[in-house]
Design a protein around this ligand. Structure first.
Ligand code: NDP
Length: 453
């Protein structure tokens, strides 16, 4: 089987040799689904795998804007519309200096299977820009967003492609993007999700990815006859996903003891309780400061600067029961994964997309800990975006309780579908194979039904 995988990957790599993140994401899916395809000759003959690794289209454009000093700045904008076999394209926009086509293709590719798992009718896409919002004024962010939308608006629409937030894109950016789309198109439609509550947003959308990751972990714990009550958790990142992961952990009687940003992490053995979380949210969302300030504000907290080039991250060497990588891709390597397992972590749920390297994934699977890959564990965000689209289409606003009940049910279904596929096609504990296969089969069969397009 590994020869078949290697041969297939050699062809993908020949086309895009300089896209390491994309190749990493494709290999993981191909390793899971190749054995299944051997039992599905019709899908094999229709070359579904060869077709699914090619985006429907990848759009790249110039974003020119003027900063507060009157200087012209030039950034690069992208939208990768990967697959629309089961619904309109759906996936976030990322604003970060590291953004390039490889990263957006990896994210768009993963999004296809994640969106299929949510049980909602949404295809896969991703977009963004190498614009760095750090240190920019509100006016600069607004001017950038408007110029980004000056091009993007041609390709999106409520029934075509519905972007959302991701790293560097929260409520503020979605507001500027939505306002400018409406101005350009003269159409008030559900073209973006993560909107403000007064103008078509859904309750629970900001919370959904973090809450969903914890609900998913609750399902993994139930499968072992356990609960999250009294457990200690490591959380990385301090943005949207990390913040609401901590909030839900607190509500369920667990305790988060770390938070981080791209400079370093804080360790708070007493736990990031409600009051401290409110401080961290204000620090990151309003003051746009560094997490180091948390350690100066509260007693008994240590701050450790992290060198991104070091061979491991000391955050993953803190003793705990649960781990929620919620910052960025490849933030947990093989050594970090070994440290987590050695220190007794038995549940890992990925809030971020592809935060664990292939070596790290192998460590988790060999140790047979409960490991929820991002595709499944962080799908609550996009699932709730789809609930926002449903409300927009109905001109309705659901209550907090209604949306939260839907989110919990969806996370239970995702866990159930991944666990069933793992049992049927792989090993019962392997939710990586389970999530990849369950997501893939739904999209592959839809592509097959719709002919060669
Ligand atoms: P935010 O921008 O709100 O927060 C990102 C956090 O990660 C910040 O603390 C940031 O630190 C840190 N971070 C970013 N890049 C790096 C890096 N290269 N090294 C170390 N730390 C880094 O983003 P989100 O919380 O929305 O997204 C976090 C992850 O979750 C991403 O992988 C995203 O794709 C994924 N995700 C998000 C969803 C959503 O609904 N928002 C849905 C599903 C997945 P700093 O402040 O220093 O930049």
């Amino acid at each position: 089987m590994s020869k078949q995988v290697d041969d297939f990957m050699a062809k993908v790599a020949e086309r895009d040799p300089n896209q390491p993140e994309f190749l990493q994401a494709v290999r993981e899916v191909v390793e899971s689904v190749m054995p299944v395809l051997d039992k599905e000759p019709a899908l094999k003959k229709a070359k579904i795998l060869e077709r699914i690794v090619e985006p429907d289209r990848a759009i790249q454009f110039r974003v020119a804007w003027v900063d507060d000093r009157g200087e012209v700045q030039v950034n690069r904008g992208f939208r990768v519309q990967f697959n629309s076999a089961i619904g309109p394209y759906k996936g976030g926009l990322r604003l970060h200096p590291s953004v390039n086509l490889s990263i957006l293709k990896f994210l768009g590719f993963e999004q296809i299977f994640k969106n299929a798992l949510t049980t909602r009718p949404i295809g896969g896409a991703k977009g963004g820009s190498d614009f760095d919002p750090k240190g920019k004024s509100d006016n600069e962010v607004m001017r950038f967003c408007q110029n980004f939308m000056n091009e993007l608006y041609r390709y999106i629409g409520a029934w075509t492609d519905v972007p959302a937030g991701d790293i560097g894109v929260g409520g503020r950016e979605i507001g500027y993007l939505f306002g400018h789309f409406k101005k350009l198109q003269n159409s008030f439609e559900g073209v973006l999700t993560g909107k403000g509550l007064n103008w078509g947003g859904s309750l629970i959308r900001p919370e959904a990815t973090g809450y969903g990751a914890v609900y998913f972990t609750q399902e993994m714990a139930k499968a072992r006859g356990e609960s999250l009550q009294g457990k200690t958790a490591l959380v990385s990142g301090s943005g949207n996903v990390a913040q609401y992961t901590v909030e839900k952990l607190n509500q369920l009687g667990a305790k988060a003891v770390t938070l981080s940003d791209s400079s370093g992490f804080i360790h708070d053995p007493a736990g990031v309780d409600r009051e401290k979380l409110a401080y961290a949210m204000n620090l990151k969302n309003v003051e746009r400061g560094r997490i180091e300030a948390y350690a100066k504000k509260f007693k008994g907290v240590t701050y450790t600067a992290v060198d991104p080039k070091a061979d491991s991250n000391p955050l993953w060497n803190v003793k705990a029961d649960l781990a929620f990588p919620s910052a960025t891709q490849n933030e947990v390597n093989g050594k970090d994964a070994k440290n987590l397992v050695k220190n007794g972590v038995r549940y890992v749920a990925e809030g971020a997309n592809m935060p664990t390297t292939p070596e790290g994934v192998r460590v988790f699977l060999e140790a047979k800990i409960s490991y929820g890959p991002g595709k499944a564990a962080n799908a609550g965000g996009v699932a709730t975006s789809a609930l926002e689209m449903t409300q927009n289409a109905q001109f309705a606003s659901w209550t907090r309780e209604e949306v939260d009940a839907n989110l919990q049910r969806i996370m239970q279904n995702i866990h159930g579908a991944a666990a069933d596929a793992a049992k049927r096609y792989s090993q019962p504990h392997n939710l990586v194979d389970g999530a990849n296969i369950a997501g893939f089969l739904k999209v592959a069969r839809s592509m097959f039904d719709q002919g060669v397009v």
